[in-house]
Design a protein around this ligand. Sequence first.
Ligand code: ADP
Length: 238
Amino acid sequence: MRLRREMAEKEDFLRAVSHDLGAPLRNILGIANMIERKFGNELTDEVRDRLRRISKNAQQELELIAELLELSRIKTRRQQFEPVDIKQLLQQIQDNFSYALEEHNIQLVLQNNYPVIIAEKNRIKQVFQNLIDNAIKYIGERADPRIEIGYANFNGMHKFWVKDNGRGIRKEDQQTIFHVFRRVKDPKIATIPGKGVGLTTVKSIIETYNGEIWVESELGQGSTFYFTLDKMTVQDAA
Ligand code: ADP
C-alpha cells in the first residue's frame, strides 16, 4: 500500500516537473520556428543555422521528457493484456529497422521457436526495440556485423537474448548501464546519439513481469543481453 502511494507520488512529481519543463520548451521551439518562417529571408546562414540548433535541442529535450514520463508510468499504468506473437513482433521490428540494418550491412537472425505470450504488446515491443536499437547503434566497425535474437524455455521462465558481435562493454560498466542517464564513458560512445534511458526502460518493463535482465560481454567481442519473463505473468489466467 505504502509502496503504491510512493509510486503514485513519484508519478505525480514527474508529471508536474515534465509539464513545467515542457511548456517553456514548446514555447522556445515555437518562437524559433516562427522567426525562421517569418524572417528566414532576411537572416544570414549563420543565424539560420543557430536557430535550427535551438529547435533541434528543444526538440531533443521534449523527447527526453516524454521518455521519462513514460518510464514513470510503466509500473503504475499497466496496459491491456493481449496475445503477442513474438515472431510476428520481431518481424515487424526488423521491418522498422530495415534501413539501419542495410546501411550497416547487419544480418539480423531470427529463430523459429518463439512463443505467443499474453502481455502488454507495446511494452514488450519496446523491450525488443530498445535492445535491437542498441545492438545496431553500438555494433562498431566490423566485416560481418550480426545480431541474433534467441529464445529458450527456462525454469518456468521465458528466456530471450539479443546477441551482437559489436563493440562490447567493459566489466565495470555492465551494471551501471541499467541506471537512468548512465552511458559508457568513452569518447567513441559520446559521438553516438543516446540519452541513457533505453535500458532503464527495458529493465523496468521486465520487472513488471517478475523477470530479470543481465548482460554478458567482452570488449571488442560483442554483447549478449539476456532477459526473462515469468510464465505465470504472461499467460491466460484460465
Ligand atoms: P543510450 O543508448 O541512449 O545511451 P541505454 O540505456 O540504451 O542508453 O544504454 C546505456 C549504455 O549502455 C549505452 O550508452 C552504451 O554505452 C551501453 N550499451 C547498451 N547496449 C549496448 C550494446 N549492445 N553494445 C555495447 N554497448 C551498449
